[in-house]
Design a protein around this ligand. Sequence first.
Ligand SMILES: NC(=O)c1ccc[n+]([C@@H]2O[C@H](COP(=O)([O-])OP(=O)(O)OC[C@H]3O[C@@H](n4cnc5c(N)ncnc54)[C@H](O)[C@@H]3O)[C@@H](O)[C@H]2O)c1
Ligand SMILES: O=C(O)C(=O)C[C@@H](O)[C@H](O)[C@H](O)COP(=O)(O)O
Ligand SMILES: [Zn+2]
Length: 350
Amino acid sequence: MVINVKASTRNYDILIEDGIFGKTGEIIKNFANGTKVFFVIDQNVFDIFGENLKKMLEKNGIEFLYFVLPSGEKSKCGKMLFKIYSCLAENKISRKDTVVALGGGVCGDLTGFAAATFLRGVRLIQIPTTLLAQVDSSVGGKVAIDLPEGKNLAGCFYPPHLVVIDPFMLKTLPESVFNCGMAEVIKYGAIYDKVLFDTLCDRENLSANLEKVIARCVDIKRIIVENDEFDTGERMLLNFGHTYGHVVEKYFNYEKYSHGEAVAIGMAHITKISEENGICEKGTYDALKNLLEKYSLMFDEPEIPRESAEETLLLDKKSGTDYINYVVLEKIGKAKILKLNKKENFLWKN
Ligand SMILES: NC(=O)c1ccc[n+]([C@@H]2O[C@H](COP(=O)([O-])OP(=O)(O)OC[C@H]3O[C@@H](n4cnc5c(N)ncnc54)[C@H](O)[C@@H]3O)[C@@H](O)[C@H]2O)c1
Ligand SMILES: O=C(O)C(=O)C[C@@H](O)[C@H](O)[C@H](O)COP(=O)(O)O
Ligand SMILES: [Zn+2]
């Protein structure tokens, strides 16, 4: 299946197909047309797929230039960004050449930001290898690194030139990492598509229909980002669970909870408060909680001192001088943005 996304700087194809990674050599050869290709590869992904990739590239006459990125959120930082810049410079990568991100969301966000800024922009291919990256981070062009002060604080919008999604690559994912991706899949159902949400309740059905579920999530994201590429309105809905989720990730130094887990905590947290305040339909919180539980994504509420949480919230990208935009559900399948004065601090209002 091919989904085409329209963005202001370029339109790009997203290829979704079981086993398509096996055609990487041909796909890259056609795309690069004799120019250089530089891969940034997550360490675990390199260990599993590196040898095969090398063979596929060599067979197609492409030199295998690469940088292996240590796995984990801590790599999404300035130090790694500068290491990648140095590798690109050492390999004389030009604006006509291509950088490929092969890994999960960490690799995709970091490599995407490097591609956007090296020489003020080189060509970028995303080959996402986690469920989260296939349904979310490889699409829509948000690229970034984390700063000590907060999540994704330095970044830009840089649409990829091509995205290649092979659901078969998810077979090697640890279950906990697969479940992190489910947090974002559940997010799409919760904010946009009740049918999708209900489908997810049946885990066996999910395994049999994974490619279709991935394609539906990608298409929901396409619709939203085509309407609001630069995150000034509707796109903020994709931040459901992230306002508090980012607080959680940062407070625990990106070590205790992964992004997906923190988003799950954030979605449950805001929905509980919304229901208590009559903002969403009764039963919404229970429906969300039950689905999160199915994927081991319901956690005890972490204890975070109010002052440190508020400090992080002040830097939330959805906030203005005196307000913050919270994403809340009205019911399963429908979300809205609630603009609240910063002093009201909805997240703690009971
Ligand atoms: N740009 C966006 O729109 C966007 C959207 C959602 C999330 N994100 C970002 O994505 C990041 C989280 O991404 P993630 O959940 O993919 O985490 P990740 O990139 O850290 O990958 C999770 C783990 O899976 C391993 N891995 C990857 N592919 C594998 C495979 N096929 N088999 C076995 N192991 C594999 C990695 O080595 C890592 O240990 C966060 O930084 C988040 O902020 C960005
Ligand atoms: O693409 C978007 O827009 C999203 O909000 C998707 C989120 O899942 C993702 O985690 C994103 O990186 C969060 O963006 P941020 O602007 O809040 O840093
Ligand atoms: Zn996210």
